[in-house]
Design a protein around this ligand. Structure first.
Ligand code: NAP
Length: 306
């Protein structure tokens, strides 16, 4: 027997979909991915998720989410989906050689941090180059480090890193931040944070660990070196849709296209969260989208049997 609902991904969207689908008696199967819990696993304090007036750590919030999904009987597989075939029903989803079939699918695979793609970056990833301050900040106690980007993530990372680093330099390619005023001001006012404006990183220097950055000032068109022992990328995200290529319609950046609700280009395949949404990208909006996707899937399944 095929599953009724198979959920791919386990961030706020996927887990909320699982809670709703389980409570609608659809006995959902969730393939949570190796990086379970999504991007909140890589954050520190979540201060804007309603219901937690004192804030909550991202990983703790996701652990609570997961427990709630399990409480209503969600079955969870802790692997990555390696292939899908949505060309006929039941839909087919593979984890390596294991095949799962389902009448409906909810895609909630989220998005991943973007990298600069400059010389030195790949070689030094894990040796001073990171996209996760929460994971790696601890290693930079009393060291000088840099954060690349001008959005809320860059501010958040920079502020978090001041707990460890002796100095944090934010490198931004323009002369104003994209970040919200409150976050930008917190960073600008912090005594340990400096900002280098209108500047891009051209190379990450170092052999076995980061020793510095080669920077280009885009206004003066001049090159300089900044000695740092670590650099954190906070330059946005890309949707995790490679495995769905050619199966559902996406926009040019790879975000899954949905209609007014969570319906994708394939009847019976729904999508929710950051894999769809490049505008809001909040835990609460992803959770809301997951709820919608589960309700859409439930109604669609009913319409198939009616
Ligand atoms: P973002 O808002 O898209 O900002 C990305 C930043 O990186 C921009 O400043 C961009 O520069 C820069 N950038 C992009 N590509 C670059 C490249 N190749 N080289 C150099 N710089 C590059 O992404 P985000 O900061 O990850 O935030 C995403 C969403 O999550 C936003 O909606 C944000 O509000 C939300 N968020 C909220 C919180 C919070 O409320 N606590 C925390 C984190 C994130 P330009 O400005 O020139 O485009």
């Amino acid at each position: 027997m095929p599953e009724k609902v198979l959920i791919i991904g386990s961030g706020p969207a996927g887990i909320t979909a699982a809670i709703y689908a389980a409570r609608a008696d659809l006995d959902p199967l969730m393939i949570e991915g190796f990086q379970r819990g999504g991007q909140l696993m890589l954050t520190t304090d979540v201060e804007n998720y309603p219901g937690f007036p004192d804030g909550i750590m991202g990983p703790e919030l996701m652990e609570q989410f997961r427990k709630q999904a399990e409480r209503f009987g969600t079955r969870i597989i802790s692997s990555d989906v390696t292939r899908v075939d949505f060309s006929s029903r039941p839909f087919k989803v593979w984890v390596d050689e294991d095949l799962y079939e389902s009448d409906s699918i909810i895609i909630s695979t989220g998005a991943s941090a973007r990298w600069l793609d400059v010389p030195g970056e790949e070689k030094l990833r894990g040796y001073g180059v990171s996209a996760c301050a929460t994971c790696d900040g601890f290693f930079f106690r009393d060291k000088e480090i840099a954060v690349v980007g001008g959005g809320d993530s860059a501010m958040e990372e920079a502020l978090f890193l001041t707990k460890f680093a002796s100095k944090v330099t934010i490198i931004h390619r323009r002369d104003e931040f994209r970040a919200s005023k409150i976050m930008a001001n917190r960073a600008l006012e912090h005594p340990k944070i400096e900002v280098i404006w209108n500047t891009v990183v051209e190379e990450i220097l170092g052999d076995t660990g980061v020793t510095g950055l080669r920077l280009r000032d885009r206004v003066k068109d001049s090159v300089s070196e900044l000695p740092v022992e670590g650099v954190f990328m906070a330059i946005g995200h890309d949707p995790n849709t490679a495995v769905f290529a050619g199966q559902v319609e996406t926009d040019e950046a790879g975000y899954i296209l949905t209609g007014d609700n969570s319906v994708t280009s394939v009847d019976g395949v729904f999508a929710a969260g950051d894999v769809v949404d490049k505008v809001y990208r909040q835990a609460i909006t992803a959770a809301g989208m997951g709820c919608r996707a589960a309700i859409d899937a439930e109604r669609w399944l009913e319409s198939q049997h009616g």
